[in-house]
Design a protein around this ligand. Structure first.
Ligand code: NAD
Ligand code: WQD
Length: 336
């Protein structure tokens, strides 16, 4: 079986390529390297001892996609390619709609043209907006606070319409919670350009001395220690969820959404404490103002994925922090 992985050189995509190759799938990656480098794919090959096919291709490039589908018999697609910076999306909404939504539409059209109607889509817990916690898949979605989040909601809706128009499609919408951590080899991990927006890469850059101080966004929330609660999930657990979803869509038709989280909430201070324990480094941080748009607390009810995909997260926050630190220390300047 051959899987096309869009955005396969990125953070979650690269870890998923490792799991796919290790499970015997053939892998074809399409990435424009906007937020990644080809060397990541060399490292995927190094970890697995297997080769993958790679195309420098933008998903908005119809001819590029036609070439991929004509040169490979693709059985299913895992669609990671997209822009993901929430703050940037509020300043550049059209760039996000064009890249994420227009790109996805071109991809779905070319999949249909090639007769490949099986897809796993990277969605996000952000589609739930302000629902009661824990989030469940049957809750209303779409009351989202950023253009980025709306691209995820709209693409879910588009895929719903695609399925309703043609019941041969098999679609899995994976709603990720907060992926952190890295492959235990330390060869691949999260390597953002510039100043990180997300908590874990910010923490590890402070720990390695590349940034002076972490600001904890808000210490006065109505939570156990006043800081926000999130559902952190090890990226390798998340990657494995894609294997389960691919196995499922290869044998069925339909459209289903699944929460991919640990089902546990940890505060920002819990993460800082776990990171300090695993790295042996005392982290320089201050409690600052709240960040606009942050919800106080959310985490997953992941029981649907547990039951229907046969997937359960295995790793705890100590392992997430240990693997993040291992990647950071082995790649102090990132992957070039
Ligand atoms: P990433 O930026 O590391 O990976 C995305 C990859 O897609 C990059 O390699 C980038 O170069 C590529 N890409 C972007 N636009 C493209 C285009 N038009 N054509 C081809 N390639 C393109 O991000 P990630 O953290 O690995 O996230 C992967 C997916 O998961 C994204 O869709 C993201 O929105 C979604 N997601 C991420 C998180 C998270 O916290 N990391 C949470 C929920 C959902
Ligand atoms: C986690 C916690 C911050 C940075 C985002 C997207 C979401 C999904 C995952 C893609 C929050 C706090 C952070 C810092 C801090 N992505 N924090 N200081 O906001 O939960 O989710 O990434 O789909 O859609 O919104 O993740 O890592 O930015 O923040 O105190 O410097 O850490 O307030 O409580 P978030 P995050």
């Amino acid at each position: 079986m051959t899987i096309l992985v869009t955005g396969g050189a990125g953070y979650i995509g690269s870890h998923t390529c490792v799991e796919l190759l290790n499970s015997g799938y053939d892998v074809v990656v399409a990435d424009n390297y906007y937020n990644s480098v080809p060397a990541v794919l060399d490292r995927v090959e190094q970890i697995t001892g297997k080769k993958l096919a790679r195309y420098e291709c933008d998903i908005r490039d119809r001819e590029g996609l036609k070439k991929i589908f004509s040169e490979n018999k693709i059985d299913a697609v895992i669609h990671f390619a997209g822009l993901k910076a929430v703050g940037e999306s509020t300043k550049l909404p059209l760039m996000y709609y064009e890249n994420n939504i227009s790109g996805s539409v071109v991809l779905f059209e070319e999949m249909a043209a090639a007769g490949c109607k099986k897809i796993v889509f990277s969605s996000s817990a952000t589609v739930y907006g302000n629902n009661p916690i824990p989030y469940k898949e049957d809750m209303p979605t779409g009351d989202v606070s950023s253009p980025y989040g709306r691209t995820k909601h709209f693409i879910e809706q588009i895929l719903g319409d695609v399925y309703r128009s043609d019941n041969e499609w098999s679609i899995s919408l994976l709603r990720y919670f907060n992926p952190i951590g890295a492959h235990e080899s330390g060869l691949i991990g999260e390597d953002p350009n510039g100043i990180p927006n997300n908590l874990m890469p910010f923490i590890s850059r402070v720990a390695i001395g590349k940034l002076p101080c972490l600001t904890v966004f808000g210490g006065d929330y109505d939570t156990k220690d006043g800081t926000c609660i999130r559902d952190y999930i090890h990226v390798v657990d998340l990657a494995k969820a894609h294997l389960c979803a691919v196995d499922k869509i290869l044998g069925t038709t339909g459209i289903e959404a699944y929460n991919i989280g640990n089902g546990k909430g940890y505060s920002v201070l819990d993460i800082i404490n776990a990171f300090e324990k695993e790295s042996g480094i005392k982290l320089n941080y201050v409690i600052g103002d709240r960040r606009e748009g942050d919800l106080p607390a959310f985490y997953a009810d992941a029981s649907k994925a547990n039951k229907e995909l046969g997937w359960t997260a295995e790793y705890d926050i100590d392992k997430m922090c240990a693997d993040t630190w291992n990647f950071q220390t082995k790649n102090p300047d990132g992957i070039k």
